[in-house]
Design a protein around this ligand. Structure first.
Ligand SMILES: NC(=O)c1ccc[n+]([C@@H]2O[C@H](COP(=O)([O-])OP(=O)(O)OC[C@H]3O[C@@H](n4cnc5c(N)ncnc54)[C@H](O)[C@@H]3O)[C@@H](O)[C@H]2O)c1
Length: 283
């Protein structure tokens, strides 16, 4: 394991041990820092542990499972994370839940500790507004599956200090990620550019074009590694609709109008790969 360096933190607390939180805990533990994982119930923690064991075993070999797990502590008590120098929140995408977590982190952690949110669509300014240290709050937007995806978007809220952004950027690189810095506007950078493309591809289907042709068109004509409709199915049509709606509401701009076909698909339960049907059939 790498040596601890000034670009790192000795202890990091992750709040919310779902799909993202468990992945984030894994990549940080692999890099060396001690990790404290907090969730509401023992069963959530057990599920996170299982995800980490499976992923580490597959990516790094069974002999790496115990050394990596031994640096992670699983707990239901937020206070157990109080000695951490960095907190990363990965609870559900609801402002009230996130603000409640940030209030607690602000209370328990040292006043010099940095606080980051893995939100994909909420405002960092609004999340940070419930803390006494908005200059020490940033977005740290990982992509799924976290151990495989290289990118982290570090999101600078209007109150986030440049020094905080720099420290998080260095830490992101330390744990093996590639970093881009994005401003705190809906969709940040990646979803802002990507989601309107997927939405537009849905309009093409609604107008009678064949999904296969649209995907082949973008792959062969624009060098995309995966077609937009296959990608939409993989992301989840509900997630895509939620994200385009948050761009539409966030900018009040008609250019982000959600495709009505996406709404119908969600109503019909055609959520993509996870339900066996989206733009394609997976049965
Ligand atoms: N899933 C993705 O592809 C993806 C990608 C990038 C960012 N995100 C963002 O990451 C965050 C988490 O997403 P996810 O997919 O991991 O969700 P998830 O539902 O898998 O996990 C959320 C976890 O938070 C826990 N939780 C809820 N309230 C809590 C509380 N008060 N204290 C502690 N834990 C609590 C839940 O028990 C659950 O284990 C969201 O903000 C989401 O937008 C998700």
């Amino acid at each position: 394991m790498p040596q601890q360096s000034s670009k790192s933190f000795e202890e990091v607390v992750i709040v919310g041990a779902g799909l993202m939180g468990a992945g984030i805990a894994q990549v940080i533990a692999q890099a060396g820092p001690k990790v404290i994982v907090v969730d509401r119930a023992e069963e959530d923690l057990a599920r996170a542990k299982k995800q980490i064991v499976k992923s580490v075993g597959r990516l790094h070999g069974e002999d790496q499972v115990d050394p990596i797990l031994s640096t992670i502590r699983f707990t239901t008590r937020m206070e157990d994370g109080k000695t951490a120098q960095l907190a990363i929140e990965a609870v559900p995408e609801k402002m009230a839940i996130k603000q409640d977590v940030f209030r607690q982190l602000d209370r328990f952690l040292d006043k010099e500790a940095l606080l980051a949110s893995n939100t994909s669509s909420l405002s960092i300014a609004e999340i940070s507004s419930v803390t006494s240290r908005p200059e020490k709050v940033v977005g740290m937007h990982f992509f799924s599956p976290v151990p495989m995806m290289k990118l982290v978007e570090v999101v600078q809220g209007i109150n986030s200090a440049t020094e905080t952004v720099e420290k998080i950027k260095e830490f992101g690189e330390y744990i093996g990620k590639e970093i881009i810095v994005a401003k705190d506007f809906p969709g940040f950078t990646v979803n802002r550019a990507l989601v309107p493309l997927l939405n537009e591809a849905a309009f093409l289907v609604m107008e009678g074009n064949d999904p296969e042709s649209i995907d082949r068109g973008l792959m062969l004509g624009a060098n995309h590694p995966i077609g937009p409709l296959r990608l939409a199915d993989a992301l989840g049509i509900d997630v895509l609709l939620f994200t385009i709606e948050s761009l539409y509401d966030g900018f009040n701009d008609s250019k982000y109008r959600p495709c009505p076909l996406l709404k119908r698909m969600v109503e019909a339960g055609h959520l993509g790969k996870k339900t066996g049907k989206g733009f394609y059939d997976y049965a």
